[in-house]
Design a protein around this ligand. Sequence first.
Ligand SMILES: *[C@@H]1O[C@H](CO)[C@@H](O)[C@H](O)[C@H]1NC(C)=O
Ligand SMILES: *[C@@H]1O[C@H](CO)[C@@H](O)[C@H](O)[C@H]1NC(C)=O
Ligand SMILES: *[C@@H]1O[C@H](CO)[C@@H](O)[C@H](O)[C@H]1NC(C)=O
Ligand SMILES: *[C@@H]1O[C@H](CO)[C@@H](O)[C@H](O)[C@H]1NC(C)=O
Length: 377
Amino acid sequence: MAAILKNHSFITFLFLFQFLSWQIHGFKTPFHPKDVLPLLPRQVSWPILNSLYSAVDIMPSFVGVASIEGNNTLEWKGACFFKNIAWLELHNKSNSQFGGGTLHIKVSNAHSWTCMDLYVFATPYRVTWDYYVLSREHTLEIKEWESQAELEYVKHKGISIFLMQAGMLGTLSALWDVLPLFSNTGWGENSNIGFLKKHMGSSFEKRPLPWVTNLTNTDDIHSGDFLAISKIRGRWGGFETLEKWVSGAYAGHSAVCLRDSEGKLWVGESGNENDKGEDVIALLPWEEWWEFELTKDDSNPHIALLPLHPDLRAKFNETAAWEYAKSMTGMPYGFHNLIFSWIDTIDGNYPSPLDANLVMHIISYYSLANFVFTALF
Ligand SMILES: *[C@@H]1O[C@H](CO)[C@@H](O)[C@H](O)[C@H]1NC(C)=O
Ligand SMILES: *[C@@H]1O[C@H](CO)[C@@H](O)[C@H](O)[C@H]1NC(C)=O
Ligand SMILES: *[C@@H]1O[C@H](CO)[C@@H](O)[C@H](O)[C@H]1NC(C)=O
Ligand SMILES: *[C@@H]1O[C@H](CO)[C@@H](O)[C@H](O)[C@H]1NC(C)=O
């Protein structure tokens, strides 16, 4: 929640600061043209920004770990501030069970007056972010560790620090490039198609009518048959687009058909929204699932039914499949899980500049991204 609030003030602040610092320091120090682009009228600045940055720029890069005092102090070079050091101090100012801590960050040698660095700080238990515009010591207060486990983690492993690659404005403009993907409008849908065409070289050809097969007779659908789904609109559409891009797949979502002992057809699906609005793994009667996809799914789903090869169908263990499906029903399934579908080799999973260190925290980061997207749209 803090991220949402922060984000609003962060944008206001950004523009105010840009303007003021321009006035005050404009003649003193050269500013980087990229830093002031957002001040220009949209028609002028957007094409420039679009050519400078891409979606990969919203991916933070790992700079290191700030560990507790007495251990080595972390030192690195940022996008804006060339000399930065950080260390962590543990304390119990909050008189709470696990105590809290202060992350000290000293930034200096800014390359211009108007630039700033945006950082994401993470432990496996939290993720927060901050940005720095002034050369001095900054602190990030953590009032209270969430658990004994988090306290132990920071004692031994410290707090991981990620730098948003393109600096503050690059990050913002990269977000602007990606944000339309999540908009539940025709414009958002076209953005998804445009993104897939541009980054994956996908082609989109309109199918002849009818666009929906008349599936009143489902006798030909068997246990283990696969539903490959591609959503191209709204929240899921946007995430699927990014997922297709990183994984190289053309389906962003999948579901599996299962028949019970009475022959009734079911669909096992992840990312199904329950009554409480949580995304969970669900088993739905075929009729309910199909009806939803035909009439209520606002992500413009493209669904292909892929029957299991007869040889494999002969080997498919329905009992085991049901046992597994029932054990997974109701389990949370959201962006956290989606991220893991990006990972299938030790390295070489991600378009540069993603790296393995980032993956450790990307799960939390995606919750943050989700906040950001919610906040901006
Ligand atoms: C912090 O102080 C409170 C109250 O004085 C105490 O109960 C708690 O154990 C302390 N926590 C740590 C980690 O020292
Ligand atoms: C910092 O030092 C303490 C003890 O001196 C050690 O237990 C801890 O693992 C060290 N942390 C890091 C990140 O090196
Ligand atoms: C689908 O097929 C059934 C039976 O073959 C038929 O009664 C029904 O009208 C068809 N529905 C549509 C929308 O074509
Ligand atoms: C199918 O799965 C069940 C439950 O896991 C198991 O008991 C059974 O032996 C399996 N059948 C075959 C043919 O492998």
